[in-house]
Design a protein around this ligand. Structure first.
Ligand code: PBE
Length: 289
């Protein structure tokens, strides 16, 4: 009898745990489609998962991979949530919205900072002056991004922009005459930074410099600037997106100025997704598989 009741207890326990396991999987873990792991928007999404207790996994991918997933889901009207940012061509192609972020994990308006290595100003005052003057708008950048998305080579799209906006470009160049030295510009292969960095390269070339573009992840980019292994970048998003990189490397590099204002990062869904806030994600986690 004793043995039987033990067996019964074990059976009950087994039943109990299997119910827990089944209910955990029935609640469903949603997926957030991300980009490169080093991106600031990925770090902030991990923070959001903690702060909002989201029953979601962040899937790393690449900017191009995220865009492919988004394109596919939208064509099937499937629910999808991605790590997003503005400016980006996806907002021109699809009807999308940011999920509200009542805990303000993703910050408000971001700007693109122009950063240089220490000593660059002294070594190359002409190129530094162009960096100081380089400033354009999200609409300008979107023009270049859409061209590239339509199939243009980034260098060609950038050259077209420079040709069509000579007033702006000659303002940036001012009276600088380059000495043919090579400027090493670092960037990350995010669509926005592919566009901006190629434009900056064409501007530097028009001014009389050679340019070497170096594509790396965000961590190595800040590292290389801080050790002087690269001259400059316009891939830095502040104050929130790259706050962790600036905490680590900010003292060892130079903030030259602002390359763009009016940027934003966050979690982005198609308009047909019926929730409006990150707060509501858990209630529909099973729709984001
Ligand atoms: N982004 C584009 C970058 C900054 C620019 C939003 C993907 C990031 O999250 O770090």
């Amino acid at each position: 009898m004793k043995k039987q009741s033990n067996l019964f207890k074990i059976a009950l326990l087994a039943l109990f745990f299997s119910i827990i396991i089944v209910s955990a999987s029935a609640a469903g873990t949603g997926k957030i489609i991300g980009i490169e792991p080093g991106a600031g928007v990925m770090q902030k999404t991990e923070t959001a998962i903690d702060e909002y207790n989201l029953d979601f996994n962040l899937i790393s991918s690449s900017s191009a991979g995220m865009a492919t997933e988004l394109t596919k889901s939208v064509s099937e009207e499937k629910w999808i949530v991605v790590t997003g940012w503005t400016p980006h061509w996806k907002f021109a192609r699809f009807d999308l919205k940011y999920l509200e972020d009542p805990k303000n994990v993703f910050g408000g308006e971001e700007y693109v900072a122009t950063l240089a290595r220490k000593g660059f100003k002294e070594d190359n005052p002409g190129a530094f002056a162009i960096l100081e003057h380089f400033f354009w708008t999200p609409d300008d950048m979107t023009t270049v991004m859409l061209d590239i998305e339509d199939g243009a080579e980034p260098a060609d799209a950038a050259q077209d922009f420079v040709n069509n906006n000579q007033d702006m470009v000659t303002d940036w160049i001012g009276d600088v005459t380059g000495d043919g030295s090579t400027i090493e510009i670092g960037y990350v292969l995010w669509d926005s930074e592919i566009a901006s960095t190629n434009v900056l390269a064409k501007v530097m070339e028009q001014a009389g410099y050679n340019v070497k573009l170096i594509a790396v992840d965000a961590g190595p980019l800040y590292q290389a600037l801080s050790t002087g292994d690269m001259d400059c970048t316009i891939s830095s998003w502040l104050p929130v997106t790259h706050s962790s990189y600036m905490e680590k490397f900010g003292d060892d590099l130079v903030e030259v100025g602002t390359a763009m204002e009016g940027c934003k990062i966050g979690l982005v869904v198609p308009e047909y997704v019926t929730i409006s806030s990150i707060d509501e994600l858990n209630s529909v986690a099973d729709k984001f598989q």
